[in-house]
Design a protein around this ligand. Structure first.
Ligand SMILES: *[C@@H]1O[C@H](CO)[C@@H](O)[C@H](O)[C@H]1NC(C)=O
Ligand SMILES: *[C@@H]1O[C@H](CO)[C@@H](O)[C@H](O)[C@H]1NC(C)=O
Ligand SMILES: *[C@@H]1O[C@H](CO)[C@@H](O)[C@H](O)[C@H]1NC(C)=O
Ligand SMILES: *[C@@H]1O[C@H](CO)[C@@H](O)[C@H](O)[C@H]1NC(C)=O
Length: 622
């Protein structure tokens, strides 16, 4: 006995319910309207998908649809009824292209063979357009927008205050930002999107650097405002663990490109750009590396550094240098909108489209039939709590997450100012005692090879305790060993967000065979942990690269389990970025291996293309 639910993308009719419901699961350019908070598209000609309203009749077909588009509460287009059965990849039906930098709302209704009358309308679904040709936009503003950073210090905190003096109401405020390797954006004290992590995605930076856009209309106020950006090395600066045959990239220090565009109701505009009016310093992150973790000195944290009126007599804030753009226009390099869901942590990273847990009441398979699956559930809201802690020696705590996971942990520490705590991550323990199932030894890290996968945090000595959570690194682990906490740690002092490119569970498999069920469990966890803006081969050791062989072998599995259209479309673009005379390399971005790739590695380009087409039935992909 087995069951396999819901593996087809848009346009499936499920059987339940009432008449005159609205179409649902609307997608604009593949982005699910329901789960995308601020839907930004980089095209003037989007495609739409939807599912037909639920009905209890069989053999229901779509007879027609109608789309309406409005902007600033004015109807700008009405398609009227279009007699067509198409409900996936429906091309934008309006003659007039979408304008850039504009907020729109769309709604739709359908006619089906089940009903004489039209379905209800969907709600108005908001989305907005980006700047379409960003490269040109930057050229046009050449003297104003700069990439800023420092070759003198590790400048990883940059800030600026600005005065919004126009008293007309703010109609929109939009940020365009690229901070590489990684960035975090703060406005008036708040992280603008705290679940968004390790952004932007990894690319061959000289060919393509990604920027993101944020709608910050509600965060900007009349009078003084402050913006702050943290930067990290990510894949840009260092430590890529290459074969001697491939030179380490010499990109240079992290850098920031920032544009805030405010449009007022009276049509006035105001722009804030990254330039030498900003100030920068080295913040509390002394060092950060994807493989080797962070070294953070909490004593250098400055509360309120992204608020207006901040002063800091204790650290050196200096004028940033203007650094070259990461993009090399002589090789046709481009700065493009990151056109895929970002990496996120915790509950915002994973959505569900199928019933996931075996439900004792409704399923013919009970938990007893299928056997207990070892490990955590994907339904644990994206945050794991340790299932146990052992204290092998004084001042060492080893937490067991009960499940190999990818992300990091958030710790609550107490202790005197200046004391350092060291955190290591491992997949297994060195000496598990079989008879008790308990480990007596420490963690086993030989399989991490050159990656230290460790974080060090120096306490600032807050009497109420302090939270440490890494920002610019990611670990693959089941066990976390904490060395040197001055006070005993409890299980409640540790929680570990799961981190991966945002996606939706689309398929689920369970059978009466507990071994196969456990394999499926391991597959989905292994797959999620390797969705790091591109498909990686592993999340823990000194590798974690876009190995083409691994990507090609896993793509069919990945698309059955998860919605990853945009993720793989982005990867295809990255592959094309490094194609040379038709050849593709073994890893993308090229950081290991050769041109041309081994045959089964190079076939990733046609294989991923073909599997995407098979799963999404989108002829444009070919
Ligand atoms: C669409 O189909 C409806 C119902 O059959 C019909 O009344 C209408 O004229 C058709 N519209 C067009 C544009 O063909
Ligand atoms: C901001 O600009 C307005 C208008 O020019 C001015 O009245 C106000 O004093 C400025 N605020 C600050 C804090 O400089
Ligand atoms: C913008 O101005 C128009 C009149 O020009 C007014 O109708 C509208 O309510 C204003 N919008 C906001 C957000 O204040
Ligand atoms: C930070 O800002 C908050 C809110 O403005 C204020 O209450 C607090 O005193 C500030 N803390 C420091 C250390 O400046």
């Amino acid at each position: 006995m087995w069951s396999l639910y819901g593996i087809i993308v848009c346009g499936v009719v499920f059987v339940v319910g009432q008449s005159s419901l609205a179409p649902y699961d609307v997608r604009i350019e593949y982005y699910k309207a329901e789960t995308t908070k601020d839907l930004v598209i980089g095209t003037d000609y989007p495609y739409f998908c939807w599912k037909l309203p639920l009905t209890n009749q069989r053999d229901v077909r779509q007879m027609g649809y109608q789309l309406q588009l409005r902007s600033e509460n004015k109807l700008v287009w009405d398609s009227d009824r279009i007699n067509s059965s198409q409900s996936i990849h429906v091309p934008y039906p309006f003659k007039q292209k979408l304008e850039e930098l504009t907020h729109y709302q769309v709604r739709l209704r359908v006619w089906t063979s089940a009903l004489e009358t039209a379905s209800s309308w969907t709600l108005w679904i908001p989305f907005r357009t980006s700047v379409y040709n960003f490269q040109q936009y930057l050229l046009d503003h050449n003297d104003e927008v700069s990439w800023i950073g420092s070759t003198q210090i590790y400048m990883n905190e940059l800030r600026k205050e600005f005065n919004v003096s126009n008293t007309s109401p703010i109609q929109s405020a939009t940020v365009f930002i690229s901070g590489i390797g990684y960035y975090e954006l703060y406005l008036n004290g708040d992280n603008v999107d705290p679940s968004r992590k390790l952004d932007p995605g990894w690319t061959t930076y000289q060919k393509r650097t990604l920027f993101a856009s944020y709608d910050v209309t509600s965060k900007i106020k009349l009078g003084m405002n402050a913006v702050g950006v943290k930067l990290g090395n990510g894949w840009y600066s260092q430590e890529q663990y290459l074969l001697p045959s491939v030179p380490e990239p010499t990109y240079g220090p992290p850098r920031l490109m920032f544009i805030l565009k405010i449009i007022f109701n009276n049509s006035d505009q105001m722009n804030v750009y990254s330039d030498q009016t900003w100030k920068g310093r080295q913040g509390s992150i002394i060092h950060d590396s994807v493989y080797n973790g962070e070294f953070v000195d909490g004593r250098y944290d400055r509360l309120n550094w992204t608020r207006v009126g901040f002063t800091d007599s204790l650290s050196l804030w200096i004028t940033p240098e203007i650094l070259p753009s990461p993009v090399d226009t002589t090789v046709n390099g481009q700065l493009t909108l990151q056109d895929m869901p970002p990496i996120r942590a915790g509950p915002d990273a994973l959505h569900f489209e199928v019933e996931y847990d075996v439900d004792e009441d409704r399923s013919y398979l009970s938990k007893k039939d299928i056997g207990e699956i070892l490990g955590a559930s994907l339904k644990d809201k994206g945050i794991l709590h340790p299932i146990s802690v052992i204290i092998p020696t004084l001042n060492v705590h080893i937490f067991d997450m009960g499940q190999n996971m990818v992300g990091w942990c958030r710790f609550k520490f107490h202790g005197p100012r200046g004391v350092g705590i060291h955190i290591r991550h491992a997949e297994i323990l060195s000496q598990a005692v079989v008879s008790t199932g308990k480990a007596t030894g420490g963690i086993y890290t030989d399989n991490l090879r050159g990656a230290t996968a460790s974080d060090t945090y120096i306490l600032r000595g807050d009497p109420n305790g302090e939270i440490y959570e890494p920002r610019f690194t990611v670990h693959g682990f089941r066990y976390v060993a904490v060395f040197g906490s001055p006070t005993p740690l409890l299980i409640d002092d540790v929680e570990c967000p799961i981190v991966h490119s945002e996606t939706t569970v689309k398929g689920h498999f369970s059978s009466s065979n507990s071994v196969i069920n456990q394999i499926q469990h391991n597959i989905v966890w292994g797959q999620l942990g390797n969705l790091m803006s591109l498909p990686t081969d592993c999340p823990q050791r000194d590798e974690r690269k876009g190995w083409m062989g691994d990507a090609a072998l896993s793509v069919n599995e990945a698309l059955y389990n998860f919605d990853l259209s945009k993720f793989y479309l982005n990867f295809l673009t990255l592959i094309k970025d490094v194609q040379l005379l038709g050849f593709v390399p073994d890893t993308v971005p090229l950081s290991f291996g050769f041109y041309p790739a081994d045959p089964n590695w190079g076939t990733a380009l046609p294989t991923i293309t073909w599997q995407l087409y098979r799963h999404y039935n989108d002829i444009q992909i070919l």
